[in-house]
Design a protein around this ligand. Structure first.
Ligand SMILES: Cc1ncc(COP(=O)(O)O)c(C=O)c1O
Length: 378
């Protein structure tokens, strides 16, 4: 699907809105609206059509598998990324000789919190720090040794859009016998991902940002064949070999990655995820990346000409997000939102994120509005 046709699926644009906050929540498409309506209709008319609803969950899983070039059986559906991180962490053992989790100060806090919570199990968490918004594999290298058990590398940082050299870091980790976990939330959908090429051991993402779904569902891919120190302690009937066996005395874990699942899936979120992912799966990943990179370039150049400072790095390290460094992020964001231009503030970062549905007009409107802001608040 070409960019213009893709954009046509998102009514916010024909409504006069400028959606530049996919890093926070993807735009609502006609397909997701239709899918959520289908859910409500099925509930109203068919009362409790669990077989139809579970099919939606399976379809969402399949669509996610397609995006990351994996098998659906290697993917668990969970409620959020933090839950996925917990399932990964619980599978690791933290012994006296190997107990280090390596993460970064550009990790999304909730994920870092899950790593920190493992301290009560003997883990030691080390943070690779950014320098001027940049982290390279050379920065990870001194932290990874034969004491490392798990290395966490975001695909893209939520904070500034830094694109991490995942594959290089994975190489360093594997050389030392450590495993690699990738939080792909801030890039999947606009950055091509093939888990085999990334050479990671675990990858997770929620559906609501660049994957264009709704809150309530996340996917965890676990490399097939990995052995784990512990079976999941966070579990439930959807983690069983046969969830519909109804045997309270038997805790048998599914052989596939379904073993990481817990209770009843968020059915409306599964409907939305399937619909959002269907749009992504009708695009060509390389085309999408090229489109987004071009817009990011245009955005950064225009902002630079206005004299803004950046927290996002330059290519090739810049992901789908251009990040302005400013003390007034909240204020500017509100000024823009009043003009129906939606960006995302986080502390001193004003995040402008780009998807295949954005076009040059969106950027021109943003730049004009920022020009007006500067004039009004010199
Ligand atoms: C990179 C990244 N990971 C995780 C999350 C959210 O995690 P959870 O799904 O547990 O709320 C975000 C959210 O905003 C994020 O940007």
């Amino acid at each position: 699907m070409e960019a213009e046709e893709f954009r046509g699926h998102f009514p916010i644009f024909s409504d006069g809105g400028v959606h530049l906050c996919s890093c926070s929540e993807g735009a609502l498409s006609d397909r997701v609206t239709g899918a959520l309506n289908d859910f409500v209709t099925s509930w109203r008319i068919q009362a409790a059509p669990w077989d139809i609803w579970m099919e939606q969950v399976n379809e969402a899983r399949k669509a996610f598998a397609q995006i990351i070039h994996a098998e659906p059986t290697d993917i668990a559906t969970l409620s959020c990324a933090s839950e996925a991180a917990f399932q990964v962490s619980w599978g690791q053992s933290f012994s006296e000789t190997r107990n280090v989790i390596v993460t970064t100060d550009l990790e999304f806090p909730s994920i870092a919190h899950v790593w920190l919570a493992q301290q009560s199990r003997g883990a030691l968490v080390k943070f690779v720090e950014n320098h001027d918004g940049l982290i390279l594999s050379d920065d990870y290298a001194p932290f990874i040794d034969d004491k490392t058990t798990l290395v966490s590398v975001p695909l893209v940082s939520y904070a500034n859009g830094l694109r991490f050299p995942v594959r290089e870091i994975a190489g360093l980790a594997h050389k030392m016998g450590a495993r690699v976990v990738v939080d792909a939330y801030q890039g999947l959908g606009v950055i091509p991902v093939d888990v085999n090429e990334l050479e990671c051991d675990y990858l997770f993402a929620g559906a609501l940002k660049y994957l264009l779904g709704a809150p309530g569902i996340a996917f965890l891919w676990v490399k097939p064949g990995l052995s784990h120190a512990n079976d999941p302690i966070l579990t439930g009937w959807f983690g069983r070999q046969d969830p519909f066996a109804f045997t309270p005395r038997i805790l048998d874990y599914a052989d596939s990655s379904r073993r990481y699942q817990t209770g009843t899936p968020a059915i409306p979120a599964a409907y939305a995820a399937k619909a959002g992912l269907s749009l992504i799966n009708e695009t060509q990943a390389a085309r999408v990346t090229q489109h987004v990179e071009k817009l990011a370039e245009l955005t950064q150049a225009a902002l630079m000409a206005q004299g803004w400072k950046f927290f996002s790095p330059n290519p090739p390290f810049r992901g789908p997000q251009v990040t302005i460094h400013t003390h007034d992020a909240e204020h500017i964001s509100q000024f823009l939102a009043d003009r129906r231009i939606f960006v995302s503030p986080r502390g001193q970062a004003l995040r402008v994120s780009l998807h295949y549905y954005n076009n040059e007009q969106d950027i021109h409107k943003l730049i004009q509005a920022l020009h007006d802001y500067r004039k009004r608040y010199p």
